[in-house]
Design a protein around this ligand. Sequence first.
Ligand code: IMP
Length: 206
Amino acid sequence: MNQKKSKKLKLVIASSNAGKIIEFRKLLDDFPLEIIGQPKDFYVEENGKTFAENARIKAIAVAKETGHLSLSDDSGLCVDSLDGRPGVFSSRYANSDKERISRLLGEMENILARSAYFCAALCLASPFQEILLEVEGQCKGLITNSPRGNKGFGYDPIFEVVGSGLTFAEMGSDEKQARSHRGKAFALLKPGIEKLLNSQFFLSSL
Ligand code: IMP
């Protein structure tokens, strides 16, 4: 095994969503961290009422389970004309991305007001289950009438980003990162991670 790599501090991404893990690996690329996914088959009940509450629940549960630093993301799509649905139920709206998209488009069939936003709450927890950092980012857009594009994951093909004319699924990963709820939340989190990794006090407490 690569000696240098094995000495890196481990950071567990508290998610089993492959799309999110790919995005986080890219976002955390500059840091001397070994990014790993949460244990296979690990399940946490997301019973919070807000994205921030769910992010906290997941980060703490995964830190407790693994004994490592844990970064969670709770995110979802909120449609204004549906009173914010699917919101915190975004991943549970149906059984697959395709069915979730089809349910949402069905519910919006006769609705002209298509404004929506994505929200991402990020939470970093210490191996001792303390909350170290919490941030939130949003991205405004419109729900399209039909799916467009084949990149990304989740609701990407039906979310057209305001001012871009493109859905997330039509954008390259760099453009999505620059505009997305997760990219914006991460930009807020980054200085905090830098500060922690430069703190001898923090590092020696691990
Ligand atoms: P959770 O945060 O893992 O509970 O689930 C969030 C759900 O929201 C995902 O399963 C997706 O359906 C949706 N979602 C969150 N972020 C994105 C995104 O960047 N693109 C598309 N769908 C997203």
